[in-house]
Design a protein around this ligand. Structure first.
Ligand SMILES: *Cc1c(COP(=O)(O)O)cnc(C)c1O
Length: 428
């Protein structure tokens, strides 16, 4: 089921016309379907049927809009956060503290204190040095920090080198071979309650095999840690499940197959399982809606210049990501074109030699599967207004992040009164 469908010749999000949103809000704009998010979340929860009391902590970095996080919190999901800002967003959106996992390789003392005072399910600690700092912070506050160590299983996987996190050379986690020693050291630190292990090997995984290999190693580690006297009660299996972006490529594993593998790989673990899905929950629930500014001839194919750019949707420039591009009012004609944004970077290219709906100046297009790692990465590069976001639910819709206009951006900068130019002798 797709919540972005053609009705009366025109693409809609649920029951709302995308042309209506474009007319009211302007373009570019992100549009999210509530139904799609909820169905993705329920799909994973249903697939995990039989797993005892799983904690599904939505990876907030995939899409941290308050309305999105609030929707998922109301649907029962927890939050996997990677900064103090995401912790605060999650709490503000109604996520209960006992459903929050704090991940990330560079937590500061202030972030640790914030989460400790507000409460959380666990910190996923990524080094012994971080455990020492957390121990100090917790002890000073008279509190105990619940922790798991994120273990690097030396199994790398992911749709692109830049989203592989579990290879031995990646910055994430503690090497699995050092885990026994690090757990033993951490057990001597005050203010920590070691309750589990965590792993997350990469994103947009195309196959379950690397995950299963990593989980097998984690299973052995849990047994070893328990025999060393640690009480391991939780096992955080991370996120990483891929979603289909290109309908012409083989689809990534389905949540049902993932869940079956999880049940097989974790049987006998006797630990509460945690999951940190991001992309799986929100990617298919969003589109970036954009208008064609003009079409100019190219050496081989025409350039379709749209009003969205790499600052709005960075994935193609950052990860060579592929997004399907469709006309909002398709006219049954197709052609081969390059789709580019207006930013002054060659990397501001969304598609090269793409077979797609034929479009002309003024037409609306959508970049599909743009609900994850899209608006969250947007910036104002080239002094372009920050992209607004719209949430749809049935026939209702609302702007859930306004366009931050250029006036506000200019007002946020300041020019000190000593700025007079480059007088001679300034740097001597
Ligand atoms: C980004 C991230 C996730 C989510 O990954 P997806 O591929 O979006 O599911 C989960 N856990 C950690 C630690 C992450 O950094």
């Amino acid at each position: 089921m797709d919540d972005f469908r053609i009705r009366d010749g025109e693409l809609h999000c649920e029951e709302v016309s995308l042309a209506e949103i474009a007319a009211a809000v302007g373009t570019p704009v992100y549009v999210y379907s509530t139904y799609a998010m909820c169905r993705n979340a329920a799909g994973l929860a249903d697939a995990l049927e039989g797993v005892d009391n799983p904690l599904i902590a939505y990876a907030v970095k995939a899409n941290s809009n308050a309305a999105v996080v609030a929707t998922l919190a109301a649907a029962g999901l927890g939050a996997d956060v990677v900064s103090g800002g995401e912790y605060r967003r999650s709490r503000a959106a109604g996520v209960a503290p006992d459903k929050i996992v704090f991940s990330g390789v560079g937590k500061t003392e202030a972030e640790m204190a914030l989460a400790l005072s507000g409460g959380l399910f666990q910190f996923n600690v990524e080094s012994f040095e971080e455990a020492e700092t957390l121990s100090t912070v917790a002890t000073q506050m008279g509190l105990t920090a619940p922790i798991a160590f994120r273990v690097n299983p030396a199994v790398g996987a992911g749709g692109h080198a830049k989203i592989t996190t579990g290879a031995a050379e990646n910055k994430f986690g503690i090497p699995i071979g050092d885990a026994a020693e690090i757990y033993a050291g951490a057990a001597k630190l005050p203010g920590l309650n070691i309750q589990g292990v965590a792993v997350h090997i990469g994103s947009q995984l195309a196959s379950l095999e690397p995950l299963e290999e990593a989980f097998a190693k984690i299973g052995e580690l849990i047994a070893q840690l328990r025999s060393n006297g640690h009480l391991i009660a939780t096992a955080d299996l991370g996120g990483g499940l891929g979603v289909p972006y290109n309908p012409d490529l083989p689809p990534p594993p389905k949540p049902e197959d993932y869940a079956a593998m999880v049940r097989r790989a974790t049987s006998g673990w006797d630990a509460r399982l945690l999951f940190e899905p991001g992309r799986l929950i929100v990617a298919s629930a969003g589109v970036l809606l954009s208008r064609v500014i003009r079409v100019k001839p190219g050496a081989e194919h025409p350039f379709v210049i749209v009003d969205a750019a790499m600052n709005d949707l960075m994935r193609p420039a950052l990860y060579e990501a592929w997004h399907k591009i469709d006309a909002v009012r398709p006219n049954a004609e197709t052609w081969t074109a390059n789709v580019v944004g207006p930013v002054c970077e060659t990397g501001d290219t969304f598609a090269t030699a793409r077979s797609m709906d034929k479009v002309g100046a003024g037409d609306l297009v959508v970049f599909r599967t743009a609900g994850a790692y899209a608006a969250t990465m947007s910036s104002t590069y080239n002094s372009r207004p920050l992209t607004p976001e719209v949430l749809v639910h049935g026939d209702r819709w609302a702007v859930v992040r306004p366009r931050v206009d250029v006036e506000a951006m200019i007002a946020a900068d300041s020019i000190p009164d000593w700025v007079t130019g480059c007088t001679a002798g300034d740097s001597s």
